[in-house]
Design a protein around this ligand. Structure first.
Ligand code: PLP
Length: 388
């Protein structure tokens, strides 16, 4: 068989590979604490499950419009108006099976040989993977510990060339938990006025998971960006619905037909019952969202404190998402070596910082979407393993 050459350009998300290795070790009888994959350890809210069951009982078994059912797109628009003060027309919303799909569509829409797309590094690995797949040049936006992993607007603007088509932003961020500073975002948006042909994709999938005094700065709030902004959000993290495969993009009107056509070519539409559940999640009671956030906050405080007690580790307090990203250079080990050592010798699954881009070398990602008890035990094991 002869595969298309572009298949060799596609990367992966090592969280899924670590998960597979962790499962294989568990199958051999080893005890593994999973701080690898980024997935809430809570169940989806009961009223959301009930809405899906009702949709199935009511006979919603067929195709839906490719961009999503209207009541769901209206609910998304209403939610964005309340939560982000943004006026979005329901026709700008394209419902897709997971946050990743908006990302894939946006990158494939702009990426081709000769084009450049900027992405956060360290960042969600699928950005660079799909940029490479599209044939475009992936240009990193370095995120540094000393900036609490927020970008430097001047640096981003300085890397724009006549070939730059799209800039990807992500706050709160995976894998760092970093939150973009409003002043930096203001500066970036002001500077982008000089580059009106450059589009922006803002991945705000962790927007409801913020701690301390951090407030969410949404790219939607900037009027001057609106005709070239793609907002990526979804239900996976906010409502503990990763397995339902639900996400949405808010697209500039002129890009909606392209996003819809990609959907028609790819998945036709999102599972109908899941769309009804999505309405219940977004328009229904939000207490479970806040309860999860508080629970994550408690775990965040514990894990950061514990990580800072491990010789060779240094961890700043992340402002959002559910990841801690300690600097591990003091151990003398590479990120990949420490990931393997902790998995094989301590039974703790983590993800090497280098798998999020070259600026992630020297760091390790811990997802603290696990119980306080498991986090305590994992930290005890890590300390013991590194001391041995
Ligand atoms: N964007 C970021 C930054 C993520 O971390 C993730 C998942 O880990 C996604 C998007 C994809 O979310 P989904 O599972 O809804 O496709």
């Amino acid at each position: 068989m002869q595969l298309a050459e572009r298949m060799s350009l596609l990367g992966t998300e090592s969280a899924f590979e670590v998960l597979a290795r962790a499962k294989a070790l568990e199958a051999q009888g080893k005890s593994i604490i999973s701080l690898g994959i980024g997935e809430p350890d809570f169940k989806s809210p009961p009223h959301v499950v009930a809405a899906a069951q009702k949709a199935l009982a009511d006979g919603h078994h067929g195709y839906t419009p490719a961009n999503g059912i209207l009541p769901l797109r209206e609910a998304v628009a209403a939610d964005l108006a309340t939560r982000r003060g943004a006026k979005v027309h329901p026709d700008q919303v394209v419902v897709v099976p997971g946050g990743k799909v908006t990302m894939f569509f946006a990158i494939m829409m702009f990426g081709e040989p000769g084009a450049e797309i900027m992405y956060p590094d360290p960042g969600f690995p699928i950005y660079a993977s799909v940029i490479n797949f599209s044939g475009a040049l992936a240009v990193p936006i370095p995120l540094r510990e000393e900036d609490a992993f927020s970008f430097r607007a001047e640096e981003v603007l300085g890397r724009i060339t006549p070939r730059t088509r799209l800039i990807i932003l992500n706050s709160p961020a995976n894998p760092t938990g970093g939150v973009v500073a409003k002043a930096e975002m203001d500066k970036l948006v002001a500077g982008l006025a000089r580059f009106p042909e450059v589009a922006v994709m803002s991945d705000e999938i962790y927007s409801r998971l913020l701690y301390d005094n951090h407030a969410h700065v949404s790219a939607l709030e900037y009027e001057s960006l609106r005709d070239r902004l793609i907002l990526l959000d979804g239900w996976s993290k906010t409502y503990a619905m990763t397995g339902w495969r639900l996400g949405y993009g808010v697209w500039p009107a002129e890009l909606v037909p392209h996003a819809t056509r990609l959907a028609i070519n790819c998945h036709s539409c999102v599972n109908a019952a899941a769309q009804y559940a999505a309405i219940a999640a977004i328009a229904g009671p939000q207490d479970s969202v806040e309860a999860m956030r508080q629970s994550f906050d408690e775990r965040r405080r514990l894990i950061v404190e514990e990580l800072n007690r491990i010789p060779g580790f240094r961890c700043i307090r992340p402002g959002g998402a559910f990841y801690a990203f300690p600097n591990i250079t003091g151990t003398g080990l590479s990120s990949a070596a420490i990931q393997d050592k902790l998995l094989n010798e301590a039974g703790v699954a983590t993800i090497s910082g280098a798998s999020f881009g070259s600026y992630g070398e020297g760091y390790l990602r811990f997802s603290y979407a696990n119980s306080l008890e498991n986090i305590r035990e994992a930290m005890r094991r890590v300390r013991a393993c590194l001391a041995a």
